[in-house]
Design a protein. Structure first.
Length: 249
C-alpha cells in the first residue's frame, strides 16, 4: 500500500517545478491526483503521470469552487490539497512596482487563501490535509524580493491560522507549510537567467546551502507526502524547512 493510498488530492502549479514533482510523488504513493494549473501544458503532465487535469487560475475564487466541486463529484471526496502554484519577481523596494507587488501577492498569498477556503469546505466533514508551499523567504528576508518575501510570510501565518481554526472546530483537517530554499526548477532557472552575471548567480545559488548543492524537486515532494499522509496525523500548524541548512546559520 502507498503512503497516501486511495486519497484524493488537488495539486496546484502542477504543470512544472515543485507542483509537478508533488503530483508525481503523490500518484506514486497511491493517491488519485487532480493537476491544476493555468498553463494548459498541465494536461500533458497529468496524462504522463496518470492523473487528471483542471484548468485553474488560483486567483479566481469561482474557479476554485468549480475545481473542488468537480473533484468531489468525480472521485467522491477531497483529502489532500497542495498549494504549490507560485510566482516571483526579483526587484528591491525602490524598483518594484505596485503591479508587481499585486501580481506576486495575488498568486502566492491570495491564491493560497482561496485554496484553503475552498478545500476546507469539502474536507471538514471527512478530514484532510492542506500543505502550503511557502519558502525560506517566508522565514528570512531577501533585500531584492520584498513582494516575494511578504507573500511567502503571509502563507506561513495563514497556514497556522487555518490549522488553529480547523482544530478548534474539530474538523480533523491539518494545515502545514513547507519552506524550500533554492530548488532546481524553471523558476530558479529564470532567476539565474535574469541576473546580470548568470554564471556567477548559478554558482551563488548552488553554494547557498551549507550542504553545498541546489535542492531537487523530490526533496520537497517527499516532505509534502509526509505531511499529506497519516504519518503526520499529529502535525498541524507547523513549518517544515527544506533548505540544505541555509536558515541554520
Amino acid at each position: 500500500m502507498g503512503r497516501v493510498q486511495d486519497k484524493i488530492a488537488i495539486v496546484t502549479g502542477a504543470a512544472s517545478g515543485i507542483g509537478r514533482g508533488c503530483a508525481k510523488r503523490l500518484v506514486a504513493e497511491g493517491a488519485t491526483v487532480v493537476c491544476a494549473d493555468r498553463d494548459e501544458r498541465g494536461a500533458q503532465v497529468a496524462a504522463e503521470l496518470g492523473a487528471t487535469f483542471q484548468l485553474l487560475d488560483v486567483t479566481d475564487e469561482a474557479g476554485w469552487q468549480r475545481v473542488v466541486e468537480e473533484t468531489v463529484r468525480a472521485f467522491g471526496g477531497l483529502h489532500i490539497l497542495v498549494n504549490a502554484a507560485g510566482v516571483a519577481v526579483w526587484a528591491d523596494i525602490e524598483r518594484a512596482t505596485l503591479a508587481e507587488w499585486r501580481f506576486v501577492n495575488g498568486v502566492n498569498a491570495e491564491g493560497t487563501f482561496l485554496g484553503c477556503k475552498a478545500a476546507l469546505a469539502a474536507m471538514k466533514a471527512t478530514g484532510g490535509s492542506i500543505v502550503n508551499i511557502s519558502s525560506v523567504a517566508g522565514l528570512v528576508a531577501d533585500a531584492d524580493a520584498p513582494a516575494y518575501c511578504a507573500s511567502k510570510a503571509a502563507v506561513r501565518l495563514l497556514t497556522k491560522s487555518v490549522a488553529l481554526h480547523a482544530a478548534r472546530r474539530g474538523y480533523n483537517v491539518r494545515c502545514n507549510s513547507v519552506h524550500p530554499s533554492f530548488i532546481d526548477t524553471p523558476m530558479v532557472d529564470a532567476v539565474v537567467a535574469g541576473a546580470k552575471d548568470s554564471t556567477k548567480m548559478r554558482s551563488l545559488v548552488e553554494r547557498a546551502a551549507p550542504l553545498g548543492h541546489i535542492g531537487e524537486v523530490d526533496d520537497v515532494a517527499y516532505a509534502v507526502v509526509y505531511l499529506a499522509s497519516d504519518e503526520s496525523k499529529f502535525v498541524t500548524g507547523s513549518e517544515l524547512v527544506v533548505d540544505g541548512g541555509l536558515t541554520a546559520r
